[in-house]
Design a protein around this ligand. Structure first.
Ligand SMILES: [Zn+2]
Length: 497
């Protein structure tokens, strides 16, 4: 649709109003608040008790959804700004640098807020369900839990289009968590049973989202400096969120990559050979989406690298086994996805060291690579030191599809293609926990396979390209030998010495 001036004006007005009504700046301070230092299980339990002991737990819990929508809408605005920045940089024929982008840092902050809040909501929901059916509790307590859930579900099933979109995945995740809690999940996994993801039913929702995004895009950079709370937070966190480390610096030994706190211990796509790309998926495994991705990859005839959370590895061993069977690398992405720089020693121990132990057991071999959640901690020597001490190399990305926020597969593909064209080679970040990522990554690879001759794209896994750039013969991709954790770090170092 061509947007005429009167339409644009009305869009502007509606959008300003809509934006204002959901802007955290215009809401009570509790609407979007800074995440606590580590919302691990203890903190989630504390948060649950606090809610239950508050004067109005029903309202407190339903307000989480208001906050969820508010974060979603705010991140949509950030996403529109990011796409503007990307377009400007493409027009200026520059490489797009995350490090220079304030919008990207804002998105990372929103990403953290959204992640944490979703974890909290799911935890609370499961606890309330337990309470509602716990016969050992007094009837009044059970009734109270049921009432809270009832109000919450009513809001979760909202007819408001924007609420529908922002609660969609949360609903699925809650249902999955409840099913698992009740032991209703099928442990044996048949990839042939995984339904193909399609967005046919989603067209209405996507239309709403696209219209909203068009409004934002037409408004230009609506964020400006008005969002002082977030700007201040980003400045406070900027050291911790420093995301790019020493691109293009010379390696410090004969090996291009090795476990190290220096630039040689951090795989940056910017040093890959021309047109060489690694497809990476984070945050799984997930029984539906990881399996659908595997089916796609098999059809497309390429391999990807998976960076997983130990909490999900423990939940879905059958998916872990399936990815191993298909000969694709499984790597470490922490235990619970916290911002590592915010953790104390015990927290770092759990998220880096213990998660590696969990992965080693589940994968049948020690992970060779680690990726910090949100990329945060990549430039913190203590964190990188712990990763290197375990014999792992850090892996960053230089194309971010922002698929955790963007529900529209086509727009995800466009964003990836623009960044790929600017960079020429590198590491692409997707997530194997969202339906839109399944579609978008398939479409991106399909497009890549139409690129011929000088533009032909070669897909590699992270271990493949690292071994290649290190001058090591790649190990056979299928049936990797179990590695003894005690000797794995010397093996990584010693392999080519
Ligand atoms: Zn992640």
């Amino acid at each position: 649709m061509r947007i005429t001036y009167p339409i644009l004006l009305s869009l502007l007005l509606t959008s300003c109003a809509a934006y204002k009504s959901v802007d955290p700046m215009h809401s009570p301070p509790s609407t979007v608040r800074e995440p606590s230092s580590s919302d691990d299980e203890t903190n989630l339990a504390t948060a649950f008790d606090m809610m239950m002991n508050s004067s109005n737990p029903e309202k407190e819990f339903v307000d989480y959804l208001t906050r969820q929508k508010s974060i979603f809408v705010r991140a949509e605005a950030n996403l529109a700004d990011f796409d503007h920045e990307l377009d400007d940089s493409v027009a200026a024929q520059k490489n797009f640098a995350f490090d220079d982008s304030k919008t990207y840092k804002k998105l990372i902050v929103m990403w953290g807020l959204s992640h944490r809040l979703q974890d909290k909501i799911i935890y609370h929901y499961v606890k309330l369900t337990d309470m509602a059916y716990d016969k050992s509790l007094p009837a009044s307590k059970r009734k109270m839990a049921k009432n809270i859930l009832h109000k919450f579900k009513a809001k979760l099933d909202s007819k408001d289009p924007m609420e529908k979109i922002s609660f969609d995945e949360l609903k699925t995740e809650i249902a999955q968590a409840i099913k698992e809690r009740q032991g209703m999940t099928n442990k044996s996994l048949n990839p042939a049973d995984v339904p193909e993801v399609n967005f046919k039913d989603e067209q209405e929702k996507l239309k709403t989202l696209r219209a909203y995004r068009d409004q934002l895009r037409n408004l230009g950079k609506i964020e400006q400096d008005s969002d002082n709370d977030l700007t201040q937070k980003i400045e406070r966190d900027s050291e911790k969120l420093k995301i790019v480390d020493a691109a293009g610096r010379e390696p410090q030994s004969e090996l291009r990559f090795k476990p190290s706190v220096g630039p040689d211990g951090n795989v940056m796509g910017l040093v890959f050979p021309k047109n060489v790309w690694a497809l990476t998926y984070d945050d799984g495994p997930n029984p539906t989406h990881t399996t659908a991705i595997l089916n796609n990859l098999q059809t497309l005839g390429i391999k990807a690298t998976f960076f997983w959370l130990a909490e999900n590895v423990l939940r879905y061993q059958s998916v872990v086994d399936l990815v191993k069977e298909r000969g694709m690398p499984r790597e470490n992405h922490s235990w619970t996805h916290p911002q590592l720089p915010k953790l104390d020693d015990a927290g770092l121990q759990k998220e880096i060291v213990q998660s590696t132990a969990v992965d080693t057991k589940a994968y049948g071999e020690k992970p060779r690579f680690f990726r910090c959640p949100y990329g945060a901690g990549n430039s913190v020597p203590k964190i990188r030191g712990m990763i290197a001490d375990l014999g792992m190399i850090h892996v960053f990305w230089n194309v971010d599809t922002l698929d955790w926020q963007d529900k529209d597969p086509d727009s995800i593909v466009e964003r990836a293609k623009k960044q790929m064209a600017a960079a020429g080679h590198g590491v692409i970040l997707f997530h194997d926990i969202h339906p839109q990522s399944v579609i978008a990554s398939r479409k991106l690879v399909e497009w890549s396979q139409t690129q011929k001759d000088a533009n032909a794209i070669r897909w590699v896994t992270i271990p493949e390209i690292v071994d290649e750039m290190n001058g090591v013969t790649p190990p056979p991709p299928v049936e990797p030998k179990p590695v003894d954790p005690a000797t794995a770090s010397t093996k990584v170092n010693g392999a080519v010495k």
